[in-house]
Design a protein around this ligand. Structure first.
Ligand code: SAM
Length: 241
């Protein structure tokens, strides 16, 4: 049985840093240096990480627009018992990042391909962990839609009995905070985490009005990468602890 598993192709799904290059596990580094090929969202981004750790493994790109032919090629390498690592530009692959289709197709060959997650950083988990809101149950929305369904989502966030987390870009954060101010009352706390693990890391906690005022008055801080964490409605908070 052991030999049988050893004989399979392996697809390692590896989390990489969300900013600070030290945030990568010893196991992730060992596997990145041992696999036959590293499948990257953008090879130029991953090569910065690899060169920092003097890892010379070949790389190949795979992203949202990659063809089915590219997936077929990667799957045939795996079925040929090769070992591949899948990484995205930052954090955990498939969390608002590519990888899902390839992983799903790899599951179609359970006798030939083993899937192994190498856990590590993800901005959603880092922001939740420092928010001070209960994370026993939470709802992760990824990036909010720009138009269709946006209003409905803000109404859902306003009613949510769980902590709600989502990603936001610097171009849209003020607009989003203004919508949160319109939909949430002042007793509802939220946390905005910016540039986590990086030089300009910043965490603001308050209600939507206070946080919107802060970023409106400090436009130089409307930069970088953002996670928004909205605490549960106070009347329902105890239920999700
Ligand atoms: N796969 C990644 C993960 O596991 O967190 C997420 C990739 S998604 C394309 C990128 C978004 O994640 C950014 O726009 C931002 O909202 C959030 N993000 C990533 N790194 C971050 C950081 N260091 N600080 C705050 N937010 C971050």
């Amino acid at each position: 049985m052991y030999k049988y598993i050893m004989d399979r192709g392996k697809l390692y799904i590896i989390a990489t840093p969300i900013g600070n290059l030290e945030d990568i596990s010893a196991r992730a580094l060992r596997i990145l240096s041992e696999v036959d090929l590293i499948v990257c969202e953008d090879t130029r981004v991953t090569k910065k990480l690899l060169s920092h750790y003097a890892i010379a493994t070949p790389t190949e790109s795979y992203h949202a627009q990659s063809s089915r032919a590219k997936e077929n090629k990667l799957l045939s390498l795996l079925r040929d018992r090769k070992h591949l690592a899948l990484v995205s530009d930052s954090g955990t692959p498939t969390i608002s990042d590519p990888g899902c289709r390839l992983i799903s197709r790899a599951h179609e060959f359970p006798e030939e391909i083993s899937l192994i997650a190498i856990p590590g950083p993800s901005a959603v988990i880092a922001a939740l962990s420092l928010s001070g809101f209960s994370a026993s149950n939470f709802l992760f929305l990824g990036f909010l839609p720009h138009k269709k369904g946006r209003e409905t989502l803000f109404n859902e966030i306003a009613q949510a009995k769980y902590t709600v987390v989502f990603y936001e870009s610097p171009h849209r954060i003020l607009k989003t905070l203004a919508s949160l101010q319109d939909h949430l009352d002042d007793t509802r706390a939220l946390v905005v985490a910016r540039e986590l693990t990086k030089v300009y890391e910043e965490v603001k906690r308050g209600n939507a009005r206070e946080i919107l005022t802060y970023f409106s008055e400090n436009p130089e801080k409307v930069r970088g990468e953002f996670v928004v964490v909205v605490g549960p409605t106070p009347s329902l908070e105890n239920r999700s602890k």
